[in-house]
Design a binder for this molecule. Structure first.
Ligand SMILES: Cc1cc2nc3c(=O)[nH]c(=O)nc-3n(C[C@H](O)[C@H](O)[C@H](O)COP(=O)(O)OP(=O)(O)OC[C@H]3O[C@@H](n4cnc5c(N)ncnc54)[C@H](O)[C@@H]3O)c2cc1C
Length: 444
């Protein structure tokens, strides 16, 4: 059996490794267009914050280890250009420009996502940089060092922009955020707490603005937004990503939501024998059962495993995605899972919501700080639909409890009765989530 994988990061290498573990005799080949495989993109903001680190710290497993220890035929610098499903073949080109054909019995497309570079004047100027691949992180580190960057505009303040605001501030760089909507998927109070923290750390925010053009003005970049011109040494483009699905669409594979590759619960595409996993593919939402596109790391790894299991002849279905995400911005932890009120309405639920402020530790325990919890439930069924949280401690791990509850399709009442562990350094006896659930029950 020849198993061919296009893309050698989270989804692709998880699938390749799992297939080899399941079936050591299988021929597993991976085509990766860059020289980097199996790295933690998620660690890049923290890596860039520290001038003494090297970006290669983020490589989880070197290409040679996959080859020598796992017997995976891993080709770096090799870009897949087209798929011929009838011939079960992939055309590729290697780093020297040589064309090659690879035949497969089963194929996995794990091509990930690419940063969106908006079609504005100056987007291709030197110093206007995206942060997606490891090579982008390398480039940003090098650009900061070589140009002694003192100021940056962050175009887009999603979680990458927010993480980078902290990272660049740590390097002594002044940052300004310019963003169309600010935390629009979050409850207003949670967004306000983050805004206040940005202000406290002297990160001006041009919310409801977009970068309109970028010009070179002497040694600096001049960024126009909402009639103002902001000067900076560097512009970080973080306005979002799009799935790398062209190669699949050209081969006649159906695309779904947001142009991601449409897959079933076994991660198989519309063409039997061709699977897709990770940021290039869509997924089922565990609350709505509908297709969504949520490009995040754990799901990419999980979907890679599911694809490999099915390719190895098992029947494996992935339950789906809850849209759980956490990030850190300065001293704050921010987390969410499931649906916001807006998303719940759009999905046909009749949502009720509460936002409460509670303490991170027991009443008399020193060091306690505020945690804000926003919780959404459905009036018709009583189901828990989503939760969001922000605070200085205890958020990132706490958000995992409602995530599990969403997977289990629990009601808010059931969730309010869960036996969450308590000790004074970690929570009040009624955990903030239980308090939010008890408040929400009154509105359902
Ligand atoms: C700065 C940053 C921070 C992040 N933080 C978090 C976080 O905290 N938590 C979280 O859950 N997620 C985070 N993510 C998202 C996470 O990194 C992605 O969800 C994950 O990397 C997706 O893995 P993937 O394998 O699907 O795609 P990718 O990592 O994009 O890998 C796809 C690979 O395919 C290769 N490829 C593409 N086309 C071809 C082709 N035609 N031929 C050969 N090779 C090809 C690419 O070069 C790439 O190496 C972050 C991302 C970034 C950029």
């Amino acid at each position: 059996m020849d198993f061919l994988v296009i893309g050698g990061d989270a989804a692709g290498m998880s699938a390749a490794s799992r297939a080899k573990r399941n079936n050591p005799d299988m021929n597993v080949t991976v085509l990766e267009q860059t020289t980097d495989v199996s790295y933690s993109a998620c660690g890049m903001p923290y890596n860039i914050a520290d001038p003494d680190r090297t970006i290669d710290d983020l490589v989880v497993r070197q290409a040679q280890v996959f080859r020598d220890k796992q017997g995976i035929h891993l080709l770096t610098g090799c870009r897949a250009e087209s798929i011929d499903p009838a011939a079960k073949a992939v055309q590729a080109v290697d780093h020297s420009g040589k064309k090659k054909t690879f035949h497969y019995d089963k194929l996995l497309i794990a091509t990930g996502a690419s940063p969106i570079m908006p079609p504005i004047a100056g987007v291709d100027l030197e110093g206007v940089l995206p942060l997606k691949r490891l090579s982008d992180g390398r480039h940003i580190r090098e650009f900061i060092r070589r140009n002694e960057v003192k100021s940056a505009v962050l175009a887009g303040m999603g979680y990458i922009g927010l993480e980078m605001s902290e990272s660049l501030k740590e390097r002594g760089i002044d940052v300004v955020g310019v963003t169309r909507g600010f935390m629009s998927n979050y409850d207003e109070k949670i967004g306000d707490v983050v805004r206040q923290t940005l202000a406290a750390h002297e990160v001006p925010l041009y919310a409801d603005h977009a970068v309109e053009k970028i010009e070179k003005d002497g040694g600096k970049l001049a960024v126009t937004c909402g009639g103002e011109t902001l000067e900076a040494d560097m512009v970080l483009m973080g306005v979002g990503v799009r799935p790398n699905s062209e190669i699949a669409a050209d081969a006649g594979i159906a695309l779904g939501t947001k142009n991601a590759i449409s897959v079933d619960r076994r991660t198989e595409t519309s063409i039997p024998g061709i699977f897709s996993a990770g940021d290039c593919a869509d997924a089922y939402h565990v609350v709505t059962g509908e297709k969504v596109w949520v490009p995040l790391a754990l799901y990419a790894n999980r979907a890679g495993w599911t694809a490999a299991d099915n390719i190895c002849g098992k029947h494996s279905e992935i339950p789906g995605i809850a849209g759980s995400a956490v990030f850190k911005v300065f001293e704050l932890e921010v987390g969410r899972t499931g649906l916001s009120v807006k998303e719940a309405e759009a999905a046909g639920f009749d949502p009720a919501a509460v936002t409460i402020e509670a303490r991170s530790r027991a009443h008399a325990h020193p060091g306690s700080t505020s945690i804000w919890v926003h919780m959404v439930g459905d009036r018709k069924s009583g189901r828990l639909l989503g939760a969001q949280m922000v605070g200085k401690e205890g958020v990132a791990h706490r958000i995992k409890a409602p995530t599990v509850a969403l997977h289990a399709q629990m009601t808010v009442r059931d969730f309010s009765q869960t036996d969450l562990a308590y000790a004074p350094p970690f929570s009040p006896v009624w955990d903030p989530m239980l308090t939010a659930a008890n408040q929400l029950i009154k509105k359902l």
